[in-house]
Design a protein around this ligand. Structure first.
Ligand SMILES: Nc1ncnc2c1ncn2[C@@H]1O[C@H](COP(=O)(O)OP(=O)(O)OP(=O)(O)O)[C@@H](O)[C@H]1O
Length: 547
C-alpha cells in the first residue's frame, strides 16, 4: 500500500518537472529521465498493487477458514443444554460472521490506512496555509462526528436484526427442505411459501431501511462541505477585495480541502461499513469466548470392567426448580438386561442421557463398575458405553464409514462381522456399491429398518460393555421387526443392557423391568409381577406405550 501510494504521488510530483524542465526549458535529458521515471512509477504501482491485492485476498481467505474452523470446533463441543433449537441458524451465523471478519480486516487495512494518512497529510497542508480558515473548517467537525455516530448506532441496530432475520430465514429454508415429505404429504407448499415469503419480505424491508440509514453519511458530508466551501468564498472574497490578499494563498488552501474531502467522506462511510461488519465479528466471538464447552468433571480414565451399572438416589432437573428425575435408584448387574418403561415424558430418555454424561445429576451418583462417573473423563465414559438411538442418525458418506466412524483401527473383517451380526450384511452386499454405497443425507438412500441395522452394526464394532437402547415407539413391519430384534438380541448378549422399551418382546427378554413415572421408580419386577401389582404398568398397554 505504501509503494502504491508513493508511486501514485510520485507521478504528481514528476508532473512538475515535466512542465518546468521539458515544456518550459526544453531540457533533452529531462525527456528521458522524466519519461523513464513515470514508466517505472506505473510498473511499481502495478506490481505492488497486484501483490497487495493477492496478499490481502489470501489473508482474508485464511482468516475466514480459521475462524470457521474455530467456531465449528467450539460448536460441536458445547454443552448439550446450550444448543439452540435451530442448528441451521447457528451454522449460517458461523459462516457469515467469518466473512464479516474478513471484510472488517480488509476495510481497516486497505481503506482506513490509506485514507487516514491522506486526510492527516492534507489537514497539515491546510493548517500550514491558513490556520484561521482551518479552524473554521474544524468548527464543523463535531457536527459531522455527531451525525456519523448517530448513523452508526442505528446501522448497528439494524444490522443486528438483519443478521437475526438471515439466520431465521436459513432455519425456515432448511426446515422446509428437510421436512419436504411432510410438506408434500400434507399439501403444505402454500403454507411454506407464506412463511418463507413473509420472512423474505420483512428482511427486504429491513435491508431497505438499512440502506436508507447507512447511506446518510454521504449527503451529510456533501451538504456540510458545500456550507464550508461557500463560507470560504465569502471570507476569501471579502479579504481579497478589502485587504488585498492574493488569490493564490486561498487557492492552495481550497485545493487541500477539496483533496481531503473525498478521503474524509470515505472514512465516514468506512466507519459505518466497519460497524456493520463488526456486528458479525461480535457474533463469532460471542460463541468463541462465551460458549461453554462440555467439560469432564473428573480427570480419571474409566477402567470399565464387566459393566455393572447403578443409580444411587439420582436427582436431575433441566430447569432449576422442576426436577425431572427424583431420587432414582436402581442397579444392573454385569450382563443383565434392564427394561425401562413409562408414559411419554416420564423421564426415560433423560436416564439414558444421564448415563451418557450429557447432563450431570444435581444429586446422587451414577456408578459404573463401582466408579462414580462424575470422577472420570467424558471420553472414557463414552468409550465404555454403546448407544443405539431411537432416531437413527447416519452421516453422509459410505456404509463402511458409517459403521467405522470413530474407530480408526477398524479392519475390513471387523466391519463385515459387525454388519453380519447386525443382520445387515445381506442387504449391503446386494447394493450396487456394497460397503461403499453412499447412504445419502442422513441415510436417505436406505430404508428405516436398514438405517437402524447400520447403527446397530456401529455399536457392534464399538463393543463396549454397557449398551443403551432407545427403542422406537413406531411399529415396524413383521420381517423388519424380526431382523431388528435378532440383531439387538445378538448385540446385547453378554452386555449390560438398558433399554427404553416399547415392545413386549423386549420386556419379556429383560431380567428386570423398571416402571418410571414422573421421574420416579414406581414399580420394579418382571412382566408377570408388574401386571399383577402395578396400575401404571397396566395403563401403558392401554395407552399403547407398550405394543
Ligand atoms: N432438553 C430439555 N429441556 C427441558 N426439558 C426437557 C428436555 N428434554 C426433556 N425434557 C422434559 O423432561 C421430561 C422427561 O423427558 P424424557 O425425554 O426423558 O421423557 P421420555 O420418558 O423419554 O418420553 P418419551 O417416551 O415421550 O420419549 C419431559 O417432561 C420433557 O418435557
Amino acid at each position: 500500500m505504501i509503494l502504491v501510494g508513493l508511486a501514485t504521488s510520485s507521478v504528481a510530483w514528476l508532473s512538475r518537472s515535466m512542465v518546468n524542465n521539458i515544456f518550459v526549458h526544453g531540457d533533452r535529458m529531462a525527456v528521458w529521465a522524466v519519461g523513464g521515471a513515470i514508466m517505472l512509477a506505473f510498473v511499481v504501482k502495478g506490481v505492488a498493487g497486484y501483490c497487495q491485492t493477492v496478499l490481502m485476498g489470501t489473508i482474508g481467505c485464511a482468516l475466514i477458514a480459521r475462524l470457521q474452523q474455530v467456531q465449528f470446533h467450539k460448536l460441536i463441543r458445547l454443552r448439550l443444554m446450550d444448543y439452540t433449537a435451530h442448528p441451521g441458524g447457528t451454522v449460517s451465523r458461523a459462516i457469515h460472521s467469518a466473512r464479516s471478519a474478513r471484510n472488517a480486516i480488509v476495510l481497516v487495512t486497505t481503506n482506513l490506512a490509506r485514507d487516514l494518512v491522506t486526510v492527516i497529510a492534507l489537514l497539515a497542508v491546510m493548517v500550514a496555509q491558513d490556520p484561521f480558515m482551518s479552524m473554521f473548517a474544524f468548527v464543523f467537525a463535531p457536527v459531522i462526528v455527531w451525525g456519523v455516530s448517530r448513523v452508526i448506532r442505528e446501522t448497528k441496530r439494524l444490522t443486528q436484526s438483519e443478521a437475526d432475520m438471515i439466520a431465521g430465514l436459513n432455519v425456515l429454508g432448511v426446515e422446509a427442505l428437510q421436512g419436504v415429505r411432510v410438506v408434500k404429504a400434507f399439501n403444505l407448499e402454500p403454507v411454506m411459501d407464506q412463511r418463507i415469503n413473509d420472512a423474505i419480505e420483512s428482511m427486504e424491508r429491513r435491508q431497505g431501511k438499512l440502506i436508507r440509514v447507512s447511506s446518510l453519511t454521504s449527503p451529510m458530508f456533501d451538504i456540510l462541505a458545500g456550507l464550508i466551501i461557500g463560507s470560504f468564498i465569502f471570507y476569501a472574497g471579502w479579504q481579497t477585495i478589502n485587504y488585498g490578499k492574493t488569490p493564490g494563498e486561498f487557492m492552495a488552501f481550497i485545493t487541500a480541502f477539496l483533496l481531503a474531502y473525498d478521503p474524509a467522506k470515505r472514512l465516514g462511510n468506512l466507519n459505518v461499513q466497519l460497524q456493520r461488519e463488526l456486528v458479525g465479528v461480535k457474533r463469532a466471538f460471542e460463541l468463541i469466548d462465551h460458549g461453554k464447552l462440555e467439560v469432564s468433571e473428573g480427570t480419571d480414565k474409566l477402567e470399565a470392567g464387566r459393566g455393572a451399572l447403578s443409580f444411587e438416589n439420582v436427582t436431575f432437573a433441566y430447569k432449576h426448580d422442576v426436577p425431572t428425575i427424583k431420587n432414582l435408584s436402581f442397579s444392573a448387574a454385569p450382563g443383565e438386561k434392564v427394561a425401562i418403561v413409562g408414559r411419554s415424558g416420564a423421564g426415560k430418555s433423560t436416564i439414558i442421557n444421564l448415563i451418557l454424561g450429557m447432563y450431570r445429576p444435581s444429586g446422587g451418583s451414577i456408578l459404573i463398575d463401582d466408579t462414580d462417573i462424575s470422577t472420570v473423563t467424558l471420553q472414557s465414559l463414552r468409550d465404555a458405553v454403546s448407544y443405539v438411538a431411537q432416531d437413527t442418525f447416519l452421516f453422509s458418506g459410505s456404509i463402511r464409514e458409517n459403521v467405522a466412524f470413530g474407530q480408526p483401527n477398524a479392519t475390513e473383517e471387523g466391519i463385515v462381522k459387525a454388519l453380519e451380526a447386525a443382520q445387515a450384511l445381506d442387504f449391503v452386499r446386494n447394493l450396487p456399491d456394497g460397503l461403499d454405497t453412499d447412504v445419502g443425507n442422513n441415510g436417505a438412500n436406505l430404508s428405516g429398518g436398514q438405517r437402524q441395522r447400520i447403527s446397530i452394526a456401529r455399536a457392534f464394532l464399538k463393543d463396549a460393555p454397557i449398551l443403551l437402547l432407545d427403542e422406537a415407539t413406531s411399529a415396524l413391519d413383521g420381517d423388519t421387526e424380526k431382523q431388528l430384534q435378532a440383531a439387538l438380541d445378538k448385540l446385547s448378549a453378554n452386555k449390560t443392557t438398558i433399554t427404553v422399551a416399547h415392545r413386549l418382546s423386549t420386556i419379556l427378554n429383560a431380567q428386570k423391568v423398571i416402571v418410571v413415572d414422573a421421574g420416579e421408580i414406581v414399580a420394579e419386577g418382571t412382566h408377570e409381577t408388574l401386571q399383577r401389582e402395578s396400575n401404571v404398568y397396566k395403563s401403558l398397554f392401554v395407552a399403547h406405550e407398550i405394543v
